[in-house]
Design a protein around this ligand. Structure first.
Ligand SMILES: NC(=O)c1ccc[n+]([C@@H]2O[C@H](COP(=O)([O-])OP(=O)(O)OC[C@H]3O[C@@H](n4cnc5c(N)ncnc54)[C@H](O)[C@@H]3O)[C@@H](O)[C@H]2O)c1
Length: 439
């Protein structure tokens, strides 16, 4: 082992190595806290001043990290935050957790990764380990990050510094599998890079899975999220087919799920949501297009999932029609705006599309979500209604988009005139009840 690698490994082991996490969002703040708890001195770097100030005040703005924990780590001197990138010159180990959205045109927006790579290049020094965690297409670490780091510095990956990719698998709101105990896949640009990055992460996380290259690690994330997206697309189409056949899709799924092998349960819904599943597979299909290959499963699943909000709005329209009402002018209450139950994240939520489409058809739309008090979009903005049961009683139709566990479904069922349940939130209590239309 060369001296640079040996020294870095020693500093990491002794926790004298300084750690920076770039991007203190849903992924970065929990990761920074995990490194700090394992004994490292951690600096979070973010361009968002309000997040930096909140961390330094000892406050968390992410559900998965408590303010008490942030306050304790800050007071112990283990965690602080800054907007000043020059601090990178003092860092030994850096994780990159910046956003990777899609552009409106459907192309990956890698400008955040590129921007931090340029910042890092300015301060790159021998004996540094860098791990990219932002979700992206296979090849990004080697084709984009590596040349940005080496072009101006002349330093060599695997010898002078160490670069790896490690996909983030956090499932916000989940308590059994968290940043610390979810197995972490790591693949480096060279075998030395894999070794150093795995060594570092192994000091803070419970289970490291080292793979042979950055590309394998990048593609692992793509496979995981494509698997979910395609299976959700399949089960959404099964719901549409069952509707045509007059068969209860929920009963079919429960029956299929009794098979002890060879079947994995997925449930239909109003469409995909969140920062990952709707977006990540499109990174892969975009990359494959550049290689003259069409990722057909991804495109088909994406088409089916993207059409689900429209399918739900059609259901609302048809159900109102049964009561001789038009959607135009009807009061429609959407329950749940977050993309999944019991969290406060509205990114890519199908609720946004459903509300938008209902408004286009001139329904009087209101919503309630215990976690999301306000929604602001380009075309509209709404405040969550304050009294959910009163709003249920006043609505011509209630649409369940997110089955938050705190809702009193029995009381909602009693008060509502008509319910479109896209999540089977009412389950058995609504069986045979003609005012409940399930997906
Ligand atoms: N949220 C999830 O559940 C999840 C799960 C798996 C993977 N990911 C991936 O992890 C990455 C981060 O996602 P997230 O949910 O934490 O995003 P986020 O938007 O919550 O956080 C990103 C943070 O990066 C900051 N930032 C932007 N540009 C910066 C820059 N140049 N330098 C430093 N900070 C900068 C932003 O201010 C923000 O605080 C994305 O690639 C995402 O796809 C997210």
């Amino acid at each position: 082992m060369k001296k640079t690698q040996k020294n870095l490994t020693k500093r990491l082991e002794q926790r004298s190595a300084k750690v920076a996490v770039l991007g203190l969002g849903y992924v970065g703040l929990p990761l920074a806290a995990v490194f700090a708890k394992s004994g490292f001195e951690v600096i979070g770097v973010d361009t968002d001043k309000s997040k930096v100030e909140a961390v330094n005040r000892g406050e968390s703005y992410i559900e998965d990290v408590t303010s008490e924990e942030v306050a304790r780590l800050v007071s112990e001197g283990k965690l602080k935050a800054t907007t000043d990138f020059s601090i990178l010159s003092e860092m030994d180990a850096v994780s990159i957790c910046v956003p990777t959205p899609l552009r409106k045109t459907g192309d990956p927006d890698l400008s955040y990764i590129l921007s931090v790579a340029e910042d890092l290049a300015r301060y790159l020094h021998p004996g540094m380990v860098i791990v990219l965690e932002s979700t992206t297409y296979p090849g990004t670490s080697r084709e984009l990050v590596l040349p940005t780091l080496t072009e101006t510095t002349g330093l060599q990956a695997g010898e002078d510094f160490f670069l790896a990719f490690s996909p983030e698998r956090v499932d916000p709101g989940r308590e059994d599998w968290t940043t610390i105990n979810t197995p972490k896949v790591i693949g480096g640009i060279t075998s030395n890079c894999s070794e150093v990055a795995s060594f570092w992460y192994d000091l803070a996380l419970e289970n490291i899975v080292t793979v042979t290259s950055a590309e394998v690690a990048e593609m692992t994330k793509m496979l995981e999220n494509t698997f979910r997206m395609v299976n959700i697309g399949l089960v959404n189409e099964v719901a549409i087919m069952c509707d045509r056949l007059g068969v209860d899709v929920w009963e079919v799924i429960e029956a299929a799920a009794t098979k002890p092998f060879g079947f994995m349960k997925f449930t239909p819904g109003p469409g995909l949501g969140g920062h990952c599943i709707p977006i990540d597979p499109l990174f892969l299909s975009w990359k494959l297009k550049s290689l003259n290959y069409t990722a057909r499963f991804i495109e088909l699943a994406s088409e089916i999932n993207t059409n689900m909000p429209r399918y739900v709005v059609d259901k609302v329209q048809d159900a109102l029609n049964e009561f001789s009402k038009s959607l135009n002018g009807s009061r429609v209450l959407v329950l749940g705006a977050a993309y999944k139950p019991d969290i406060d994240d509205v990114r890519e939520s199908p609720a946004l599309d459903v509300i938008g489409l209902l408004r286009q058809k001139k329904a009087q739309v209101s919503y309630h979500d215990p976690y999301i008090p306000h929604i602001e979009q380009d075309e509209w903005d709404l405040e969550s209604v304050s009294d959910v049961l009163e709003a249920v009683g006043e609505a011509d139709c209630v649409v369940i988009i997110t089955n938050h566990s705190e809702y009193d479904y029995a009381a909602i069922l009693k008060k509502a005139k008509l319910i479109i349940d896209t999540r089977n939130a009412f389950g058995e209590i609504a069986r045979g009840n003609s005012k409940v239309v399930r997906l």
